[in-house]
Design a protein around this ligand. Sequence first.
Ligand code: FPP
Length: 236
Amino acid sequence: MNQLPDIPKHIAIIMDGNGRWAKMHGLPRAQGHRAGAESVREAIDACKELGVEYLTLYAFSSENWNRPEAEVAGLMLLLEKFLTSKLDDLMKQNVRLHAIGQLDRLPASTLAILNDVIDKTNNNSSLTLTLALSYGSREEITSATKRIAEKIKDGLLQPDQITNEIVSQHLYTAEMPDPDLLIRTSGEMRVSNFLLWQISYAEIVIFDKFWPEFRQGDVFAAVAEYQKRHRRYGGV
Ligand code: FPP
């Protein structure tokens, strides 16, 4: 399967433009999110095909709680339906589900389904699909800082022992490598509080199209672009 050289190990995606896509088609925003769920399937299939090991999707930001109550409820319901209907495929595709963010803020029913799918797919080993839910990077870094401070207070760590590695280990993403490739749709040139620490060296590829228009071929195109770029990590 892994025919192309230099496949990114970890792809992260900011899925943007569901609302604008819906507006463009004269549809309610909820329809845009529903169409966006189809694109999520496409992204997973493409990553499976390429042999990508980690796919992280920005599904709901900390700031998204400020949207109208009905939209938030619709998104949670869509997520529940997606997880329930996708479980069989995830098992067949050997995909492990993982989630990052302030998960305790999710509605109880959403959290229950999420945890159930995480448990059931726990031994799958081809692709780790991580959903960032109620996620904000500054909150993640702040909470890591608090936990490190607690360890210092308890005498488990000395200030001069704090390294980049120690900080990484206290982030929600402790168990995964940093993203190699960050994709964003909708043409916006922003990182929107997503994995700020982790994308330090990621290649960024922006698509002008809205997320519901995103297809497998777009993942292949982004990976081809990634492969063209010379990655120097600040060296020569
Ligand atoms: C951005 O569109 C997208 C989101 C707020 C969340 C992403 C959600 C999905 C793709 C739905 C399904 C997700 C899963 C995991 C099943 P926007 O509403 O910000 O678009 P706009 O900027 O055009 O208003």
